[in-house]
Design a protein around this ligand. Structure first.
Ligand SMILES: [Mg+2]
Length: 335
């Protein structure tokens, strides 16, 4: 087993990607890249995650770099525009910067703002966007049950049939269950409620959501995410959050391999970074599934100081011991 760990550590690079806006209290996203026979894999659990929680992230990086992915069933993935909780005027500008996206995910319930801010933003976007544009709102769990009931009704009044779903309106599964029965037939998607491999099934069994937002790394890779999505039997929206292009490639692989893909995916997130290893930008609202071209010079330009490389190498070794070695043994992979 230690041979496998050695091979993981053969080529580890660490990059620091500056964020366009502060997110989760950070302004720079630091990730490790590991190289294998299939290319680069991204290992980027947030710094506060412990080694056990990081184990599946490392499994995903191993899959990407050493194993590869299932054959895709489609060549392009429809993606949504993501609109932060901005003023109506700024929100429209951001919407226009996404090339031809037919779905807009709009942030709502921002701390320090009111429901009127959300409604004004959505009304402006609805009036501006081409006919047929779909809207989903994302509250990031920011509403209580009673707030959500009022807000969803107000939003539905503005958007009508173009409201595709409401993402994580409340924080807890219990609140989602209660809300869902009261706003039906408006759909709810679970995002923050899905952080770990067992969560999609839990959300589905509780009846907390109609749609599962799924990210490749926390679930342990594309093959694992496909199994989990199949078991949960919920329509799946593949998403990324502060992934580099290497991580987004994994999201494209998952979206490409899902038997059904009824909704646009949240993979057009490269604009959250001022600089990325490669830019997966949408064309006519879609991102083509292909491998990113990552040059040595871009890695060098974004490289972290050597003490950070050492820190990540140690983290990889600890994470391997804390859980990934067992997950690899169960997967039947060898390389
Ligand atoms: Mg979300």
């Amino acid at each position: 087993m230690s041979n496998l760990l050695d091979s993981l550590l053969t080529e580890v690079r660490v990059v620091q990607l500056p964020l366009t806006n502060e997110f989760r209290g950070i302004t720079v996203r630091e990730i490790a890249l590991i190289k294998g026979a299939q290319g680069w894999g991204e290992f980027g659990p947030f710094l506060e995650y412990d080694d056990r929680e990081s184990a599946r992230w490392l499994l995903a990086a191993i899959e990407a770099s050493q194993i590869g992915w299932p054959t895709p069933l489609r060549t392009k993935i429809p993606v949504n525009a993501t609109i932060p909780a901005l003023s109506p005027h700024q929100a429209i500008k951001v919407f226009d910067s996404f090339n031809g996206c037919q779905t807009a995910k709009v942030k709502v319930a921002q701390r320090g703002q009111s429901l009127k801010d959300d409604v004004d933003r959505l009304r402006a976007l609805k009036e501006h966007a081409p006919v047929g544009t779909r809207f989903r709102i994302d509250a990031n769990g920011g509403w209580s049950l009673s707030e959500a009931l009022i807000a969803v009704e107000a939003v539905h009044e503005v958007l009508g049939e173009s409201l595709e779903y409401v993402e994580q309106p409340c924080a807890s599964i219990e609140e989602l269950v209660a809300l869902r029965s009261r706003i039906s037939p408006i759909l709810i998607a679970a995002d923050e409620s899905i952080r770990k491999a067992e969560d999609p099934l839990r959300v589905a069994q509780a009846g907390a959501a109609d749609i599962a937002i799924v990210k490749v790394s926390p679930l342990g890779g594309v093959a694992a995410a496909l199994r989990i999505a199949a078991a949960a039997r919920l329509p799946t929206v593949v998403s990324s959050a502060l992934d580099s292009a290497v991580g987004i490639r994994g999201g494209l692989a998952l979206a490409g391999a899902l038997p059904n893909l009824p909704y646009s995916c949240g993979l057009a997130t490269t604009s959250l970074l001022t600089e990325d290893l490669y830019r997966f930008a949408p064309v006519n609202g879609e991102i083509e599934i292909k491998d990113p071209i990552i040059s040595e010079s871009v890695i060098q330009r974004l490289s972290a100081p050597s003490e950070r490389v050492q820190w990540w190498r140690e983290r990889i070794a600890r994470t391997w011991i804390a859980g990934t070695s067992k997950l690899v043994a169960e997967s039947g992979w060898s390389w």
